[in-house]
Design a protein around this ligand. Sequence first.
Ligand code: ATP
Length: 449
Amino acid sequence: MNIPRKLLIVEDDTGLQRQLRWAYDGYDILVAADRESALTQLRAEEPQVVTLDLGLPPDPDGVKEGFAALEDIRRLAPDTKVIVATGHGERDSALRAIAQGAWDFYQKPIDIDALGVIVERAFHVHAIEAENRRLAARAGIENPLGGIVTASPEMLKVTRMIERVAGADVSVLLLGASGTGKEVLARGLYEASGRIGGFVAINCAAIPETLLESELFGHEKGAFTGAVKTTPGKIEMAHGGTLFLDEIGDVPLPLQVKLLRFLQERVVERIGGRKPIAVDTRIVCATHQDIDAMVAEGSFREDLYYRLAEIVVTIPSLAERPGDSVLLARHFLRHHADRMRRPVTGFTADALAAIDGWGWPGNVRELENRVKRAVIMADGKQVTAADLDLSDDAQDDPINLKAVREAADRKAIRHALSRAHGNISGTARLLGISRPTLYDLMKNYDLQP
Ligand SMILES: Nc1ncnc2c1ncn2[C@@H]1O[C@H](COP(=O)(O)OP(=O)(O)OP(=O)(O)O)[C@@H](O)[C@H]1O
């Protein structure tokens, strides 16, 4: 099957538009003069490659609108190759664009031949990646759900459960430590649900308490000082789609009441508004906190908990998914080496051993960050344990079985203690052992909470 090769040119200068439109054979050329129309074309035509002028209206002399467009494209179509055009001497913008996921850049004034080479290479790499994704999907190891990479039975169980509940109209609570992939799973659930509306995410911990209400419920113009225009809330924006409330445990009690009322009546009222607005949305929420304990101590409303947690999915930490750290490390290495165009192709044996042996307290996010940094730091084609900053740990590895077990116990207990903020019951639960067993182990190893 011959797939048409579509190139979207985002450029506000009509002269340049015309020049570029006729410069290349072999592509279907699409043109957009601003962010809005670029996104419309992106949705409708799904071009494989985009050239993006960073100076777009209403900010043709700056880069603000161009970066906003880049972010939108990355979110809407992450596989698309974006080549950014910068003015002469705007090296910083070019580097920033690459860091934000642009595939390449070129400097104006345009050299048609040079740009042609970059564009052709982008199509080539896009085609190879598409083929790889197809093969990986067929192999069935990667992508069981959205972008999830896993081969561990524990995590596959989670992805299957999410696929199963995706189509049902139930609220889902995802429990897992920071960086375990709660947001990826929430997106996977949304994609598998087939709901036509969008996926709207809000991190309740990242927004100051005073602004959270307005962020969730919206406000009318003049509702409070600074409310210069009427703004719909995130709940309203998720109408017809899925609302992802990340860090739900951080919602303060007064707002919990308001959230509960929304869940019961399925209408919202903007701050300062008098008219109830009906909203039909699927709720998915997540937290890294011990929400059962919060309910028990009264800092999280029980009635709200039961509304939000019709299905509870517990996501295992990376340390609880044997084999996944190496699989994910390889995945992130390929991804970042390609994205940053670094000639790094794999890991040394000591790096793989260190990855496998590390406790990964920061889970997948920590792993991705370390691999990304190592891809930048590596001198040769292979990433070493030192590049990953894991070498000390690997060297300290004891060699007799008793000592290995003790070291593993200590490491697991320390990680669990820090994850449960020193709470003994929480730590025992994370480790899957009883409280007395945990006390004994801590006494033996002289560990403090
Ligand atoms: N199984 C996975 N396969 C591929 N990428 C993953 C996987 N799990 C997590 N990631 C990646 O790891 C990073 C962290 O994941 P995510 O943001 O979903 O974690 P989280 O549990 O929501 O974290 P936090 O609680 O800190 O917000 C993201 O970049 C995500 O794409």
